[in-house]
Design a protein around this ligand. Structure first.
Ligand code: BGC
Length: 380
């Protein structure tokens, strides 16, 4: 309804309408389950719609444990879905660049698909140039997870998956649990837990593509971002970290203050050229264990604000450089070049091959637990 907000009276009428709609929505706070589609073998896949008392809605499917939609208000109360995706399961089974997925076992790249652990060499599927990306060809994004609605104060869905020893080349039976909780503060909290029966490596993340103006509404280059990082891990031409940890000072990677995403994206910088834009791991400024503000993104036009908090040491900021309009998403919209950004909170890419990076090893008896929160609000 953007044209309504052009006159004051109309703006008021809209806000009254929205307030009424939100009042109605508060009665419907909770979880609704519906059918999202069928796998090729006939297995039914579900969509869980979580609603909070403010009317914020989040869609989660057990195919790939994905976030399918996040519907939040702008500064006038107009609701929009701010993540890219598809209307039904069929879309996700086709050409899909990990929209909203839980990525595993290893988020981002492992050089040449090789790593050694306890003196044993492991080989992973190569699916991105010479490297292994996002857990291989059949990563967690393509698995059917077991879903369960949790009866607790806030609407929440638990998704579990058992990844067998040797799946996509990784060692150990790994039991993974992801819980999505929609809080009253318009925050979507993701808790990741996992255990293994053999030494393994693990790096889970969520691969939501955000456009704070609404999915399918065009370029994100005028949206602004702050990344709470004083350094980043530069990459080589195949997008594998060189192992260095470089200061962002004086580079196009300095997002310590809110900056237009497009301000320097086309600079003559080798790192930007390797990735065709931003596609880099930032080293977050943690002052101790627990959640830290990793990033704040703002759409000055709609006023929508996204804050990302995480326990992870890094965040991969990717500006949709590989979107090219060939993927048609919700409502048949073509998702164009740089029409979304991701903030994938995680350990650093290729950590198993870089002893100077925080370890991604998980051992029997340990419980992996990471938390990331996507919190939405508005600014004037
Ligand atoms: C990677 C990109 C990749 C995208 C989709 C991001 O995490 O860093 O290079 O194109 O995921 O696969």
């Amino acid at each position: 309804m953007p044209h309504y907000s052009r006159c004051l009276l109309c703006g008021w009428l809209v806000s009254q309408f929205v307030a009424g709609a939100l009042g109605a929505a508060s009665l419907r706070a909770g979880i609704k389950r519906s059918v999202f589609g069928k796998m090729p073998d006939g297995e039914e896949i579900h969509l869980y719609t979580l609603t909070n008392p403010n009317g914020m809605q989040v869609g989660i499917t057990n195919y790939g444990a994905r976030i399918v939609s996040i519907v939040v208000p702008d500064r006038h109360g107009n609701m929009a879905d701010v993540v890219l995706g598809f209307d039904n399961l069929e879309g996700y089974l086709g050409k899909d660049p990990y929209f909203g997925a839980i990525v595993g076992r290893y988020g981002n790249r492992i050089a040449k698909g090789r790593f050694a652990l306890d003196g044993v060499d492991y080989t992973l599927p190569i699916n991105d140039g010479p490297n292994s990306l996002h857990g291989g060809t059949q990563g967690f994004d393509k698995k059917v997870w077991t879903a369960r609605e949790l009866s607790q104060v806030h609407p929440a869905v638990e998704l579990t998956y058992l990844s067998r020893d040797g799946e996509e080349g990784f060692p150990g039976d790994l039991r993974v649990q992801v819980v999505y909780t929609l809080e009253e503060s318009n925050a979507l909290r993701i808790d990741y837990r996992a255990t293994t029966d053999k030494d393994t490596v693990l790096n889970l993340t969520n691969h939501s593509y955000f456009n704070l103006a609404g999915e399918g509404s065009g370029s994100i280059l005028d949206q602004e971002i702050m990344i709470n990082a004083a350094s980043f891990t530069p990459i080589d031409a195949t997008m594998i970290p060189t192992g260095e940890i470089l200061s962002v000072a004086g580079t196009p990677f300095d997002f310590r203050h809110l900056t237009r995403i497009g301000a320097r994206i086309n600079d003559d910088d080798q790192q930007l050229k390797f990735a065709h834009g931003y596609d880099d791991n930032f080293v977050l400024n943690h002052r101790g264990p627990g959640l830290v503000l990793a990033s704040r993104a703002v759409d000055p036009h709609s006023g929508r604000v996204l804050e990302v908090f995480t326990t992870e040491p890094g965040v991969q900021f990717y500006t949709g450089n590989f979107l090219d309009g060939s993927v048609r998403g919700k409502g048949g919209k073509a998702y164009a070049y740089r029409s979304a950004f991701t903030l994938e909170t995680q350990h650093f890419p290729d950590s198993p091959n870089h002893p100077n990076f925080p370890s991604t090893e998980l051992k029997p008896g340990e419980t992996y637990h990471q938390t990331t929160v996507f919190k939405f609000s508005t600014a004037n």
